[in-house]
Design a protein around this ligand. Structure first.
Ligand SMILES: [Zn+2]
Length: 376
């Protein structure tokens, strides 16, 4: 089914304390990507190509998706529901930085259904980087995902686990080449942004928890699971987003705004990132909730938190894309530190960077970026 987006969201939210936050202080979240390949190296992007003959690697794809997610974070729109609302459209002030990209060749973790094991076995920097598992599902081409903040097969004590699993991103990429002749990628990035919304503490605005629609007592054909009994409070527990009851009671039970894209073109279509609408709006309280989390329980995942300690490296390069430290020393090991083979590397520092004995080739890039430690 082309371009059909389905999100299967099974959400186990981590506990974020809700308190004062500085929503005007920008915050950056470290993310890494894991491409799950078959043991023979097929079935997904790899280190060099898109797995289908084009010189567009998993590194390139991940960079592009993170860029698009950041473009989505740079925008906000007036929420369409509640109808007639005059809520301010605030800057979101959070974005993402790509920490690293990994490729794993293992038939036992190739499929989306095996993603929890993939995270358990191959997850990196758990507790300080949010991990993204890119996997495939047979018999389906719909892009979808799920977010998980707590449950893994083998817990590591004291570490807050934050990972999302995405299915069929590779299929959707190939499908765009086949149908459009180019790669757009926008819709897939929105789906990933939605899943990160869960990791950042948000629930669906009109569905609750594990994806069961809030019951509203309406006789909606085909959607028996929302027919009742009425639970008028069912929602995300954020006061300025609508409950399902708010909407369906005002439209005489003709549309439930949270059921996939059933109401996409209707008056009651929700354009909130945390609905199934595939749009990017966030309410003021949702933004505040995200910032609260990043200042408290999710603080360990911010880049400003990662530049608080000194870092010494013999070499820099893939699979790491970004390095973070206070005083950073590179290449002081007697061997040449080199950036080659189309590597694009970023170094974020809060105090100083010393580069010794380092070579950067013409096809590669190094960017050194000042990043102050967290002010919150
Ligand atoms: Zn969701």
């Amino acid at each position: 089914m082309k371009n059909y987006l389905i999100k299967i969201c099974f959400v186990l939210l981590g506990l974020n304390l809700y308190g004062q936050s500085s929503i005007n202080v920008g915050k950056t979240i470290r993310v890494n990507y894991h491409f799950m390949l078959k043991s023979d190296g097929t079935g997904n992007f790899n280190e060099v190509t898109d797995g289908d003959g084009r010189l567009f690697s998993g590194y390139d794809w991940a960079q592009k998706q993170v860029l698009q997610m950041n473009q989505q974070s740079d925008q906000n729109i007036q929420m369409k529901i509640p109808l007639g609302n005059t809520l301010p459209v605030l800057n979101k002030n959070y974005n993402y930085v790509l920490d690293a990209v990994y490729f794993w060749r293992d038939d036992n973790t190739f499929y989306y259904s095996q993603a929890e094991n993939a995270y358990t076995i191959y997850g990196q920097n758990k507790g300080s980087v949010m991990n993204v598992i890119i996997a495939e599902t047979t018999g389906s081409t719909g892009v979808g995902g799920a977010a998980n903040s707590t449950a893994i097969a083998i817990p590591i004590t004291g570490v807050l686990h934050k990972y999302i699993k995405m299915q069929n991103e590779w299929d959707a990429y190939l499908d765009q080449w086949n149908t459009l002749g180019y790669f757009l990628g926008w819709a897939q990035a929105l789906t990933t942004s939605h899943e990160f919304g869960h990791l950042l503490g948000l629930n669906h605005t009109v569905l609750y928890g594990n994806g069961v629609a809030c019951p509203v007592g309406c006789p909606l054909p085909g959607y028996t699971y929302v027919q009742g009994p009425i639970v008028s409070s069912c929602g995300d527990n954020i006061v300025d987003t609508p409950t399902a009851w708010d909407i369906t009671s005002s439209n005489n039970c003709t549309e439930h705004p949270g059921i996939f894209n059933a109401a996409t073109n209707g008056l009651y279509f929700s354009n909130n990132l945390m609905d199934y609408s595939n749009n990017l709006g966030l309410s003021p309280n949702q933004i505040e909730y995200i910032h609260n989390g990043l200042e408290l329980g999710n603080r360990a995942f911010t880049s400003c938190n990662a530049v608080a300690n000194d870092l010494t490296l013999c070499d820099v390069g893939y699979p790491k894309v970004s390095y973070f430290g206070k005083n950073i020393l590179v290449g002081n090991c007697g061997t040449l530190a080199d950036i080659t083979n189309r590597e694009i590397i970023n170094i974020y520092y809060s105090q100083s960077v010393v580069l010794n004995n380092i070579e950067i080739r013409a096809d590669s890039q190094l960017e050194i970026i000042f990043e102050p430690v967290c002010s919150f």
